[in-house]
Design a binder for this molecule. Structure first.
Ligand SMILES: [Zn+2]
Length: 97
């Protein structure tokens, strides 16, 4: 998980996800008040995280000839959570203040 560069305070997954969902809002370290912004890399990564589950779910449903509506939705959600959690550790931030 990502840590604050000045005080080593860990950012929570909830904090990172929330910031990404709210249009890459800046992240405040709750311990030392340092402010971080998302790098361009994060924007690319988050776009991929949003698209990848849908593509993978589509391929799986096609391949195994599964019932479309239910399987596709469940697979997309499961894959999204999995991919989002894995990629959280690769996010990069830049200190702004
Ligand atoms: Zn800090």
């Amino acid at each position: 998980m990502k840590k604050c560069a000045s005080c080593n305070n860990q950012f929570s997954i909830k904090q990172l996800l929330r910031s990404a969902w709210l249009g890459y809002e800046k992240i405040n370290c709750q311990h030392c008040e340092a402010i971080y912004e998302h790098s361009f890399f994060n924007r690319v990564l988050v776009s991929l995280i949003s698209i990848m589950p849908i593509v993978i779910a589509f391929i799986i449903v096609e391949y195994y000839d599964l019932n479309y509506s239910i399987s596709f939705m469940l697979l997309s959600v499961a894959l999204f959570i999995l991919i989002a959690l894995i990629s959280m550790r690769y996010l990069k931030f830049r200190r702004v203040d």
